[in-house]
Design a protein around this ligand. Structure first.
Ligand SMILES: *Cc1c(COP(=O)(O)O)cnc(C)c1O
Length: 443
């Protein structure tokens, strides 16, 4: 009989993890007190605490300006307006990301053009980015996907050469270093989600960072009308008092108060998570069938809070075993895992055929010159299109508990070593269902 639990063997993971192992965010007394204070003061819609939070966040990144928003979606929307994205422009975005990296561009009259990702970093492929540039390209969104830094040296070089603005989406990469420098400090502007599921969690909220005064003032003009008095630019001054565009995006101060406390404890929390996954992957290094999603060790690059840890699956090293069958075997051993993460955005009809604003033509091409149609579903992005067959979500541990971590490691090794037992029952017909929403999962 096989040793594998899926085929009747003993289950490898026998320790039941405590709830705290996966629970997020970690809430301390100082956070609770801070929230009560905001509530009792009736200061939910003020600006004072949010300004302190954004100053702290900006200082952490050694960036001049921070602007607190109601969500990451909002921060990225104002970032796009901030760099001047508008009617008829194109925004290049990797197809594998959460939708809020790009859809707001359509709202500004721009068109989203997708680029492929690199198979190992899972971030924007610089070569494909360059191939997708046209005379209409105004900006690129760089996503440091699942905490892995994108290839900023090459991306910034290409952007500079073609005079393209760079927006970093750091919603997964709080504390991530690229060659020793924090993500969010390379481009013209950066947007961070700080919603509850993210590594740096404050409730609902987002942060914009920039060193560029013009981007900062345009962002205020667009999204934070209560701060229009900060605008100094003579041109923009004529437009203040009402939100240009009609959006009100200021942060709820309960979130800002949590954020101030989070700034204090995030370094220790993310360091512990980094310790967990560094240990985990060091032990699994060289195991046929799986590969870590992490930067090279001596590169100075890191994965911050390891937002959604994943394994890269190599079925060719396991006799072609389907990822679904591999995942089923891990689940049977006692590991909560599932294949697939974000579905490729370019395949969604919102980027091909859907007419959101009654233009009488698809929104994604609505403002392009006559004869130019930009359809996501006609793009050939082979890495993005097949990612769900090569990526496996792992339990997101928050505490370094060697006993449990070792059991997970042993379970994975056991399935990889005994993969041939799984081949006979593998009909390979199990389609992996990934989601455009990245639905919530336990553990
Ligand atoms: C979560 C997320 C966002 C949006 O942030 P919200 O705070 O949920 O609005 C944007 N981009 C990426 C990559 C994200 O994961």
């Amino acid at each position: 009989m096989s040793k594998l639990a899926l085929l009747g063997g003993e289950k490898e993971v026998t320790i039941k993890a405590s709830k705290e192992m996966f629970h997020w965010p970690i809430v301390n007394q100082a956070m609770e007190d801070a929230i009560i204070e905001v509530l009792r003061d009736g200061n939910m819609s003020g600006l004072d605490i949010s300004k302190k939070f954004e100053a702290g966040f900006a200082e952490w990144h050694n960036v001049k300006y921070g602007l607190a928003h109601s969500s990451g979606t909002a921060a990225l929307h104002t970032a796009m307006y901030g760099v001047g994205l508008g009617v008829g422009d194109e925004l290049i975005c990797p197809s594998i990301t959460y939708w809020a990296s790009c859809i707001q561009a359509q709202n500004l009259g721009a068109s989203v053009v997708f680029a492929d990702i690199e198979p190992d970093s899972l971030c924007l492929d610089p070569d494909d980015f360059e191939r997708k540039i046209t005379e209409r390209t105004k900006a690129v969104v760089v996503v440091h996907y699942l905490s892995h830094p994108a290839d900023m040296d090459r991306i910034m070089g290409i952007a500079k050469k073609h005079n393209i603005k760079v927006i970093e989406d750091c919603s997964h990469s709080h504390g991530t270093l690229y060659k020793g420098k924090l993500t969010g400090t390379f481009g013209d502007v950066a947007g961070f989600s700080c919603m509850t599921g993210k590594s740096f969690a404050i409730g609902e909220g987002g942060m914009l960072l920039t060193n560029n005064r013009e981007v900062y003032e345009r962002a205020i003009l667009f999204g934070i009308y209560a701060r229009h008095s900060e605008i100094e630019d003579e041109e923009l001054k004529h437009r203040i008092h009402l939100p240009n565009g009609g959006f009100k995006y200021r942060m709820h101060q309960m979130s800002a108060a949590v954020g101030l406390e989070q700034l204090k404890k995030y370094p220790a929390e993310s360091a512990e998570i980094d310790k967990i996954y560094t240990y985990f992957w060091d032990k699994l290094e060289g195991t046929p069938g799986i590969k870590a999603h992490r930067p090279a060790k001596d590169s100075g690059s890191t994965k911050g809070g390891w937002y959604i840890p994943v394994a890269l699956y190599k079925k060719e090293e396991l006799g072609g075993l389907s990822i679904q069958r591999f995942s089923d075997a891990l689940v049977a051993e006692g590991i909560n895992t599932s294949p697939g993460v974000n579905a490729p955005l370019h395949k969604h009809p919102l980027f091909s055929t859907i007419d959101v604003y009654n233009h009488g033509k698809p929104t994604n091409s609505a403002n392009l010159p006559d004869g130019i149609v930009n359809k996501g579903d006609q793009q050939n992005l082979p890495i993005a299109a097949t990612l769900s067959q090569r990526i496996l979500r792992l339990p997101y541990m928050k505490h370094f508990d060697k006993n449990i971590i070792n059991q997970y490691i042993n379970a994975i090794k056991k399935v990889c070593e005994n993969y041939s037992d799984l081949l006979p029952g593998d009909n390979n017909s199990n389609e992996v269902k990934d989601s455009w929403n990245l639905t919530k999962r336990k553990g």
